[in-house]
Design a protein around this ligand. Structure first.
Ligand code: NAD
Length: 348
Protein backbone atom coordinates (compact mmCIF):
# COMPACT_ATOMS: atom_id res chain seq x y z
CA UNK A 1 0.00 0.00 0.00
CA UNK A 2 1.25 3.46 -0.90
CA UNK A 3 1.42 6.10 1.83
CA UNK A 4 0.89 9.84 1.41
CA UNK A 5 1.55 12.15 4.33
CA UNK A 6 -0.39 15.43 4.31
CA UNK A 7 0.73 18.13 6.75
CA UNK A 8 -1.75 20.71 8.08
CA UNK A 9 -4.67 18.41 7.26
CA UNK A 10 -6.77 19.68 10.17
CA UNK A 11 -6.69 23.25 8.80
CA UNK A 12 -8.88 24.93 6.24
CA UNK A 13 -7.41 23.82 2.89
CA UNK A 14 -5.68 20.73 4.29
CA UNK A 15 -9.00 19.25 5.48
CA UNK A 16 -10.38 19.41 1.94
CA UNK A 17 -7.21 17.87 0.51
CA UNK A 18 -7.30 15.05 3.08
CA UNK A 19 -10.97 14.33 2.35
CA UNK A 20 -10.36 14.37 -1.44
CA UNK A 21 -7.46 11.90 -1.11
CA UNK A 22 -9.05 9.58 1.50
CA UNK A 23 -12.23 9.16 -0.53
CA UNK A 24 -10.57 8.97 -3.95
CA UNK A 25 -7.48 6.85 -3.26
CA UNK A 26 -8.88 4.09 -1.08
CA UNK A 27 -5.82 1.88 -1.72
CA UNK A 28 -3.49 4.57 -0.38
CA UNK A 29 -2.83 5.22 3.30
CA UNK A 30 -3.39 8.92 4.03
CA UNK A 31 -1.58 10.23 7.11
CA UNK A 32 -2.73 13.62 8.36
CA UNK A 33 0.13 15.20 10.35
CA UNK A 34 -0.94 18.29 12.26
CA UNK A 35 0.06 20.06 15.50
CA UNK A 36 -3.53 21.28 16.06
CA UNK A 37 -2.69 24.94 16.60
CA UNK A 38 -5.55 27.44 16.98
CA UNK A 39 -6.22 26.91 13.23
CA UNK A 40 -6.33 23.11 13.30
CA UNK A 41 -9.66 21.48 14.02
CA UNK A 42 -10.33 17.76 13.71
CA UNK A 43 -14.05 18.51 13.54
CA UNK A 44 -13.28 19.43 9.92
CA UNK A 45 -12.70 15.72 9.21
CA UNK A 46 -15.40 14.10 11.35
CA UNK A 47 -17.06 12.52 8.32
CA UNK A 48 -13.97 10.57 7.23
CA UNK A 49 -12.12 9.86 10.50
CA UNK A 50 -13.27 6.20 10.59
CA UNK A 51 -12.12 5.36 7.08
CA UNK A 52 -9.61 2.47 7.12
CA UNK A 53 -7.09 4.34 4.92
CA UNK A 54 -7.01 7.45 7.17
CA UNK A 55 -4.77 8.11 10.16
CA UNK A 56 -4.23 11.26 12.21
CA UNK A 57 -0.81 11.90 13.79
CA UNK A 58 -0.35 14.85 16.14
CA UNK A 59 3.15 16.23 15.56
CA UNK A 60 4.90 19.58 15.29
CA UNK A 61 6.90 20.18 12.10
CA UNK A 62 9.25 22.48 14.04
CA UNK A 63 10.40 19.48 16.09
CA UNK A 64 12.96 17.79 13.78
CA UNK A 65 13.37 14.69 15.93
CA UNK A 66 9.65 14.07 16.18
CA UNK A 67 9.21 14.53 12.42
CA UNK A 68 12.02 12.11 11.65
CA UNK A 69 10.38 9.51 13.91
CA UNK A 70 7.04 9.93 12.12
CA UNK A 71 8.73 9.55 8.72
CA UNK A 72 10.67 6.48 9.86
CA UNK A 73 7.48 4.90 11.23
CA UNK A 74 5.20 5.54 8.26
CA UNK A 75 7.72 5.69 5.37
CA UNK A 76 5.61 8.03 3.19
CA UNK A 77 6.04 7.84 -0.60
CA UNK A 78 4.52 11.28 -1.05
CA UNK A 79 4.31 14.41 1.06
CA UNK A 80 1.81 17.19 0.51
CA UNK A 81 2.90 20.01 2.75
CA UNK A 82 0.28 22.53 3.82
CA UNK A 83 1.06 23.04 7.55
CA UNK A 84 1.85 26.69 8.09
CA UNK A 85 1.11 29.81 10.01
CA UNK A 86 -1.18 31.37 7.43
CA UNK A 87 -2.58 34.69 8.62
CA UNK A 88 -0.81 37.87 7.45
CA UNK A 89 -1.98 40.00 10.41
CA UNK A 90 -0.59 37.47 12.89
CA UNK A 91 2.74 37.50 11.00
CA UNK A 92 2.99 41.25 11.55
CA UNK A 93 2.56 40.74 15.30
CA UNK A 94 4.81 37.69 15.60
CA UNK A 95 7.15 37.18 12.60
CA UNK A 96 9.42 34.67 14.34
CA UNK A 97 6.62 32.15 14.75
CA UNK A 98 6.24 32.28 10.95
CA UNK A 99 9.96 31.70 10.43
CA UNK A 100 9.85 28.72 12.79
CA UNK A 101 6.81 26.98 11.31
CA UNK A 102 6.98 27.99 7.67
CA UNK A 103 10.75 27.97 7.10
CA UNK A 104 12.30 25.68 9.74
CA UNK A 105 9.26 23.37 9.65
CA UNK A 106 9.54 22.99 5.88
CA UNK A 107 13.28 22.30 6.04
CA UNK A 108 12.66 19.67 8.74
CA UNK A 109 10.20 17.92 6.41
CA UNK A 110 12.63 18.12 3.47
CA UNK A 111 15.40 16.63 5.64
CA UNK A 112 13.13 13.83 6.83
CA UNK A 113 12.08 13.00 3.25
CA UNK A 114 15.71 13.06 2.10
CA UNK A 115 16.67 10.81 5.02
CA UNK A 116 14.08 8.06 4.40
CA UNK A 117 14.26 8.18 0.58
CA UNK A 118 18.06 8.14 0.35
CA UNK A 119 18.80 8.32 -3.36
CA UNK A 120 15.87 6.12 -4.43
CA UNK A 121 13.31 8.60 -5.68
CA UNK A 122 11.21 6.13 -7.70
CA UNK A 123 7.51 6.88 -7.04
CA UNK A 124 8.40 9.64 -4.57
CA UNK A 125 7.21 13.26 -4.51
CA UNK A 126 7.31 16.31 -2.19
CA UNK A 127 4.56 18.83 -2.98
CA UNK A 128 4.80 22.27 -1.35
CA UNK A 129 1.53 24.20 -1.19
CA UNK A 130 2.32 27.89 -1.39
CA UNK A 131 0.73 31.24 -2.05
CA UNK A 132 0.62 33.92 -4.76
CA UNK A 133 1.67 36.43 -2.07
CA UNK A 134 5.32 35.47 -2.67
CA UNK A 135 5.18 37.50 -5.90
CA UNK A 136 4.46 40.82 -4.16
CA UNK A 137 1.95 43.34 -5.46
CA UNK A 138 0.59 44.25 -8.88
CA UNK A 139 -0.67 47.61 -10.10
CA UNK A 140 -3.98 47.90 -11.93
CA UNK A 141 -2.89 45.56 -14.73
CA UNK A 142 -0.85 42.37 -15.27
CA UNK A 143 -0.83 38.90 -13.75
CA UNK A 144 1.57 36.70 -11.79
CA UNK A 145 2.98 33.89 -13.92
CA UNK A 146 5.31 31.08 -12.85
CA UNK A 147 8.20 33.25 -14.14
CA UNK A 148 7.34 36.33 -12.05
CA UNK A 149 10.20 37.24 -9.66
CA UNK A 150 9.62 36.81 -5.97
CA UNK A 151 9.04 40.08 -4.09
CA UNK A 152 7.34 39.30 -0.77
CA UNK A 153 6.28 42.18 1.48
CA UNK A 154 4.80 40.72 4.66
CA UNK A 155 6.54 38.43 7.16
CA UNK A 156 4.01 35.75 6.10
CA UNK A 157 4.82 36.01 2.39
CA UNK A 158 8.57 36.30 3.13
CA UNK A 159 8.40 33.05 5.11
CA UNK A 160 6.48 31.28 2.34
CA UNK A 161 8.91 32.62 -0.30
CA UNK A 162 11.79 31.30 1.77
CA UNK A 163 10.20 27.86 2.11
CA UNK A 164 9.55 27.77 -1.66
CA UNK A 165 13.26 28.50 -2.23
CA UNK A 166 14.30 25.71 0.15
CA UNK A 167 12.03 23.21 -1.63
CA UNK A 168 13.58 24.13 -5.00
CA UNK A 169 17.08 24.08 -3.47
CA UNK A 170 16.56 20.48 -2.26
CA UNK A 171 15.54 19.55 -5.80
CA UNK A 172 18.55 21.27 -7.38
CA UNK A 173 21.07 20.19 -4.74
CA UNK A 174 19.96 16.69 -3.72
CA UNK A 175 17.67 15.72 -6.59
CA UNK A 176 14.58 15.54 -4.35
CA UNK A 177 11.47 15.11 -6.57
CA UNK A 178 9.34 18.17 -5.90
CA UNK A 179 6.41 20.20 -7.23
CA UNK A 180 5.03 23.52 -6.02
CA UNK A 181 1.69 25.22 -6.32
CA UNK A 182 1.20 28.96 -5.72
CA UNK A 183 -2.47 29.66 -5.19
CA UNK A 184 -4.62 32.75 -4.77
CA UNK A 185 -7.05 33.41 -1.87
CA UNK A 186 -9.24 30.44 -1.01
CA UNK A 187 -12.73 30.49 0.45
CA UNK A 188 -15.25 27.80 1.39
CA UNK A 189 -16.39 25.50 4.22
CA UNK A 190 -14.11 25.16 7.30
CA UNK A 191 -12.54 28.60 6.70
CA UNK A 192 -11.27 30.04 9.97
CA UNK A 193 -13.21 33.22 10.84
CA UNK A 194 -10.19 35.50 11.12
CA UNK A 195 -10.19 35.67 7.29
CA UNK A 196 -12.40 38.14 5.40
CA UNK A 197 -15.30 35.98 4.11
CA UNK A 198 -16.03 33.82 7.20
CA UNK A 199 -15.37 36.81 9.46
CA UNK A 200 -18.04 38.82 7.62
CA UNK A 201 -20.50 35.89 7.65
CA UNK A 202 -19.98 35.51 11.40
CA UNK A 203 -20.35 39.25 12.04
CA UNK A 204 -23.48 39.59 9.89
CA UNK A 205 -25.07 36.75 11.88
CA UNK A 206 -24.15 38.55 15.11
CA UNK A 207 -24.94 42.12 14.00
CA UNK A 208 -21.29 43.15 14.43
CA UNK A 209 -19.31 45.60 12.21
CA UNK A 210 -17.72 44.27 8.99
CA UNK A 211 -14.14 45.60 9.17
CA UNK A 212 -12.70 46.60 5.77
CA UNK A 213 -9.06 47.70 5.55
CA UNK A 214 -8.29 51.17 4.13
CA UNK A 215 -10.63 52.22 1.34
CA UNK A 216 -11.65 48.65 0.41
CA UNK A 217 -9.93 48.83 -2.99
CA UNK A 218 -7.50 45.98 -2.29
CA UNK A 219 -8.02 43.38 -4.99
CA UNK A 220 -7.64 39.63 -4.66
CA UNK A 221 -8.31 36.61 -6.85
CA UNK A 222 -10.61 34.13 -5.08
CA UNK A 223 -10.83 30.36 -5.57
CA UNK A 224 -13.31 27.88 -4.08
CA UNK A 225 -11.29 25.64 -1.77
CA UNK A 226 -12.50 22.35 -3.29
CA UNK A 227 -11.18 23.50 -6.67
CA UNK A 228 -7.81 24.13 -5.00
CA UNK A 229 -7.86 20.61 -3.51
CA UNK A 230 -8.52 19.19 -7.00
CA UNK A 231 -5.64 21.24 -8.44
CA UNK A 232 -3.32 19.87 -5.74
CA UNK A 233 -4.39 16.31 -6.57
CA UNK A 234 -3.65 16.90 -10.25
CA UNK A 235 -0.27 18.57 -9.75
CA UNK A 236 0.81 16.02 -7.13
CA UNK A 237 0.08 13.14 -9.52
CA UNK A 238 0.75 14.65 -12.94
CA UNK A 239 2.82 17.82 -12.51
CA UNK A 240 6.35 17.84 -13.99
CA UNK A 241 9.16 17.07 -11.55
CA UNK A 242 10.73 20.33 -10.31
CA UNK A 243 7.95 22.51 -11.72
CA UNK A 244 5.68 25.05 -10.09
CA UNK A 245 2.09 25.82 -11.08
CA UNK A 246 0.05 28.93 -10.37
CA UNK A 247 -3.51 28.19 -9.30
CA UNK A 248 -6.23 30.85 -9.40
CA UNK A 249 -9.90 31.42 -9.95
CA UNK A 250 -9.75 33.91 -12.87
CA UNK A 251 -11.88 35.84 -10.43
CA UNK A 252 -10.73 39.24 -9.16
CA UNK A 253 -12.71 41.19 -6.60
CA UNK A 254 -12.07 44.44 -4.77
CA UNK A 255 -12.64 43.75 -1.06
CA UNK A 256 -15.49 46.25 -0.84
CA UNK A 257 -17.33 44.74 -3.85
CA UNK A 258 -16.84 41.23 -2.50
CA UNK A 259 -18.27 42.19 0.90
CA UNK A 260 -21.25 43.90 -0.80
CA UNK A 261 -21.95 40.70 -2.81
CA UNK A 262 -21.70 38.70 0.41
CA UNK A 263 -24.09 41.12 2.18
CA UNK A 264 -26.56 40.80 -0.70
CA UNK A 265 -26.54 36.99 -0.56
CA UNK A 266 -26.74 36.95 3.26
CA UNK A 267 -29.78 39.28 3.28
CA UNK A 268 -31.51 37.04 0.73
CA UNK A 269 -30.72 33.81 2.56
CA UNK A 270 -31.71 35.22 5.96
CA UNK A 271 -34.91 36.74 4.55
CA UNK A 272 -33.83 40.23 5.59
CA UNK A 273 -34.53 43.48 3.76
CA UNK A 274 -31.98 44.28 1.01
CA UNK A 275 -29.25 46.59 2.33
CA UNK A 276 -29.48 45.40 5.97
CA UNK A 277 -26.07 43.71 6.14
CA UNK A 278 -24.31 46.48 4.16
CA UNK A 279 -25.04 48.92 6.98
CA UNK A 280 -22.52 46.99 9.08
CA UNK A 281 -19.58 47.82 6.75
CA UNK A 282 -16.92 49.77 8.69
CA UNK A 283 -13.61 50.98 7.26
CA UNK A 284 -10.66 50.33 9.62
CA UNK A 285 -7.01 51.46 9.75
CA UNK A 286 -4.99 49.87 6.97
CA UNK A 287 -2.63 46.93 7.44
CA UNK A 288 1.06 48.02 7.09
CA UNK A 289 2.75 46.87 3.86
CA UNK A 290 -0.63 45.97 2.35
CA UNK A 291 -0.32 44.75 -1.27
CA UNK A 292 -2.73 46.53 -3.63
CA UNK A 293 -3.58 43.73 -6.04
CA UNK A 294 -2.86 40.05 -6.62
CA UNK A 295 -3.92 38.33 -9.84
CA UNK A 296 -2.94 34.88 -11.01
CA UNK A 297 -2.36 33.71 -14.55
CA UNK A 298 -3.36 30.03 -14.29
CA UNK A 299 -2.80 29.25 -17.98
CA UNK A 300 -0.02 26.72 -17.34
CA UNK A 301 -2.03 24.38 -15.10
CA UNK A 302 -4.99 24.80 -17.44
CA UNK A 303 -3.07 23.97 -20.63
CA UNK A 304 -0.69 21.32 -19.24
CA UNK A 305 -3.03 19.51 -16.86
CA UNK A 306 -6.51 20.57 -17.98
CA UNK A 307 -7.48 22.12 -14.60
CA UNK A 308 -9.99 24.92 -14.31
CA UNK A 309 -12.31 26.10 -11.52
CA UNK A 310 -15.60 24.18 -11.41
CA UNK A 311 -17.82 26.89 -9.91
CA UNK A 312 -18.34 30.61 -10.47
CA UNK A 313 -17.64 32.90 -7.53
CA UNK A 314 -21.34 33.57 -6.96
CA UNK A 315 -22.02 29.80 -6.81
CA UNK A 316 -19.04 29.10 -4.57
CA UNK A 317 -19.98 31.95 -2.24
CA UNK A 318 -23.55 30.71 -2.04
CA UNK A 319 -22.34 27.17 -1.16
CA UNK A 320 -19.99 28.68 1.44
CA UNK A 321 -22.71 30.75 3.13
CA UNK A 322 -25.05 27.72 3.14
CA UNK A 323 -22.34 25.67 4.85
CA UNK A 324 -21.76 28.30 7.54
CA UNK A 325 -25.51 28.68 8.14
CA UNK A 326 -25.81 24.90 8.52
CA UNK A 327 -22.77 24.76 10.83
CA UNK A 328 -23.28 27.63 13.24
CA UNK A 329 -22.08 25.39 16.07
CA UNK A 330 -18.70 24.96 14.31
CA UNK A 331 -18.49 28.74 13.98
CA UNK A 332 -19.41 29.29 17.66
CA UNK A 333 -16.79 26.76 18.80
CA UNK A 334 -13.92 28.32 16.87
CA UNK A 335 -14.89 31.89 17.73
CA UNK A 336 -14.59 31.34 21.47
CA UNK A 337 -11.44 31.12 23.62
CA UNK A 338 -8.09 32.08 22.22
CA UNK A 339 -9.44 33.24 18.92
CA UNK A 340 -11.78 35.69 20.63
CA UNK A 341 -8.86 37.24 22.57
CA UNK A 342 -6.89 37.68 19.35
CA UNK A 343 -9.90 39.12 17.55
CA UNK A 344 -10.58 41.63 20.32
CA UNK A 345 -6.96 42.84 20.24
CA UNK A 346 -7.01 43.17 16.45
CA UNK A 347 -10.30 44.94 15.86
CA UNK A 348 -11.56 46.49 19.11
P1 NAD B 1 -4.76 27.13 8.18
O1 NAD B 1 -4.13 28.17 9.03
O2 NAD B 1 -6.24 27.03 8.11
O3 NAD B 1 -4.23 25.69 8.58
C1 NAD B 1 -2.89 25.44 8.88
C2 NAD B 1 -2.80 24.07 9.54
O4 NAD B 1 -1.42 23.82 9.84
C3 NAD B 1 -3.57 23.96 10.86
O5 NAD B 1 -4.29 22.75 10.90
C4 NAD B 1 -2.47 23.96 11.91
O6 NAD B 1 -2.82 23.22 13.09
C5 NAD B 1 -1.31 23.32 11.16
N1 NAD B 1 -0.02 23.72 11.71
C6 NAD B 1 0.40 24.97 11.99
N2 NAD B 1 1.64 24.93 12.53
C7 NAD B 1 2.01 23.63 12.57
C8 NAD B 1 3.18 22.95 13.02
N3 NAD B 1 4.20 23.61 13.57
N4 NAD B 1 3.22 21.60 12.88
C9 NAD B 1 2.17 20.91 12.34
N5 NAD B 1 1.04 21.51 11.93
C10 NAD B 1 0.95 22.85 12.05
O7 NAD B 1 -4.13 27.37 6.74
P2 NAD B 1 -4.80 27.24 5.29
O8 NAD B 1 -5.47 28.50 4.96
O9 NAD B 1 -5.53 25.96 5.21
O10 NAD B 1 -3.48 27.15 4.39
C11 NAD B 1 -2.84 25.91 4.17
C12 NAD B 1 -1.62 26.13 3.30
O11 NAD B 1 -2.00 26.71 2.06
C13 NAD B 1 -0.59 27.07 3.92
O12 NAD B 1 0.68 26.59 3.63
C14 NAD B 1 -0.84 28.39 3.21
O13 NAD B 1 0.33 29.15 3.15
C15 NAD B 1 -1.27 27.91 1.85
N6 NAD B 1 -2.18 28.82 1.12
C16 NAD B 1 -3.31 29.30 1.72
C17 NAD B 1 -4.18 30.11 0.99
C18 NAD B 1 -5.48 30.62 1.60
O14 NAD B 1 -6.17 31.40 0.96
N7 NAD B 1 -5.85 30.21 2.80
C19 NAD B 1 -3.87 30.44 -0.33
C20 NAD B 1 -2.71 29.92 -0.91
C21 NAD B 1 -1.88 29.10 -0.18
Amino acid sequence: MKTILITGGAGFIGSHVVREFVLKYTDTKIINLDALTYAGNLENLKDIEDRPNYKFVKADIVDAKQILEVFETYQPDGIIHLAAESHVDRSITNPLEFVMTNVIGTVNLLNAAKHIWGSNFEGKRFHHVSTDEVFGALGDTGFFTEETSYDPHSPYSASKASSDHFVRAYHDTYGLPIVLTNCSNNYGPNHFPEKLIPLCIHNILNGKPLPIYGDGKYTRDWLFVIDHAKAIDLVFHEGKNGASYNVGGFNEWKNIDLVKELCKQMDEKLGREAGTAEQLITFVKDRPGHDLRYAIDATKINQELGWKPSVTFEEGLSKTIDWFLANEEWLDNVTSGDYQKYYDKQYN
